[in-house]
Write a protein that binds this ligand. Structure first.
Ligand code: NAP
Length: 311
């Protein structure tokens, strides 16, 4: 039977994904298939999807076996009540690699004080030797696919890493915490805080004024997770009071960040335009093809979203 795959992850992605998907389907042994950006809804077996797709009403897709998201984050689709089919999120080796590089780079930037060095190029000789990573405490909120990979990479560089997740977790070389007390314990010990939580009803504003106040003075925030994890007004207040040293933000409540947003002009904020990492078509295609193979073989899908938990 022909497997019908609708590519609905926005049309601009189609030229990047078509060839890798065809290669990956072949490698996965899925040979009898139709892959297209349009087809009658009732014929569709699988939808390759992104939450910014114009497709919002899944009711006509009565025979669809799974919706395969090419993004890691699903907050833009998980609450869609027309979507009753299994929803899988993206876990991609390329996405993970990129995030580890970006987070490690940002942590090293703040750890080594590179901004201060760059600001002194007009002749200001100031021999300020940074501490070793073994003496720097980094906290990672979210120890999933991306957070755990970043925490492990930072621990390999000798940083003292503590992490926080919803459920208890055991990661070699990392002090792991969960629950409200666990969050407070991580915050109290963190000089550089990395946010890699999904945005859910429970994680929205997790960094509110109270949480920010628990960080030691001079702490730095690095947020490649989601903008709404942080209370923007509380963050600005903590930066302005001098309690926080800096915030490097890759994600925002509204994207692109509006031109008049105070983050753009704030001397202690670095705005990064949601580029920390991206799904890479060649590696992501293998995950999509494997899930289609699984669906056809009656095997459980990889990375199915827990609708109750919201991620
Ligand atoms: P994931 O594998 O689902 O991991 C999520 C982690 O957050 C898990 O450790 C989970 O705990 C924890 N968590 C969830 N709810 C929590 C809560 N209420 N309290 C404490 N911990 C909680 O997700 P991922 O693949 O690592 O991706 C994380 C996020 O990164 C995505 O959702 C997306 O928002 C963001 N992202 C950003 C970019 C970018 O370019 N800026 C790119 C990709 C992804 P458990 O381990 O107990 O489940």
């Amino acid at each position: 039977m022909t497997v019908n795959i609708l590519f609905a992850a926005t049309e601009s992605r189609w030229p990047q994904y078509e060839a890798p998907l065809r290669d990956a389907l072949k490698a996965a042994g899925v040979t009898d298939y139709r892959l297209a950006t349009e087809m009658p809804p009732e014929e569709v077996d699988y939808i390759v999807y992104a939450p910014n797709s114009p497709l919002r009403d899944f009711r006509p897709y009565v025979n669809t076996k799974a919706v395969l998201n090419i993004w890691a984050g699903v907050e833009g689709i998980v609450g869609n009540e027309t979507l009753t089919q299994p929803l899988c999120r993206m876990v991609d080796a390329g996405l993970k690699e990129g995030m580890v590089e970006w987070v490690t780079g940002q942590v090293l930037r703040h750890h080594l004080g590179l901004d201060r060095v760059l600001a002194r190029q007009a002749g200001d000789w100031c021999p300020e030797v940074p501490p070793l990573a073994r003496d720097r405490r980094v906290g990672v909120l979210g120890l999933g696919e991306l957070g755990a990979a970043c925490a492990e990479a930072l621990a390999r560089l000798n940083f003292r890493v503590a992490g926080w997740s919803r459920r208890p977790k055991d990661l070699p070389g990392i002090v792991t915490q969960h629950g409200d007390d666990g969050l407070r314990a991580v915050l109290a010990e963190t000089e550089i805080l990395v946010l890699l939580l999904p945005l859910t009803a429970e994680t929205e504003n997790v960094l509110d004024a109270d949480a920010l106040a628990r960080l030691p003075g001079g702490a730095v925030i690095v947020n490649p997770g989601r903008g709404a994890l942080i209370d923007d007004a509380a963050l600005l207040a903590a930066l302005e009071s001098g309690h926080l040293g800096h915030a490097t933000l890759d994600v925002f409540r509204e994207e692109p960040l509006p031109a008049d947003h105070p983050f753009w002009r704030h001397p202690k904020v670095t705005v990064s335009p949601h580029v920390a990492s991206e799904t890479r078509p060649s590696t992501a295609a293998e995950v999509l093809a494997e899930n289609i193979r699984r669906g056809e073989a009656g095997e459980p899908f990889l990375h199915e979203v827990d609708r109750g938990a919201g991620y």
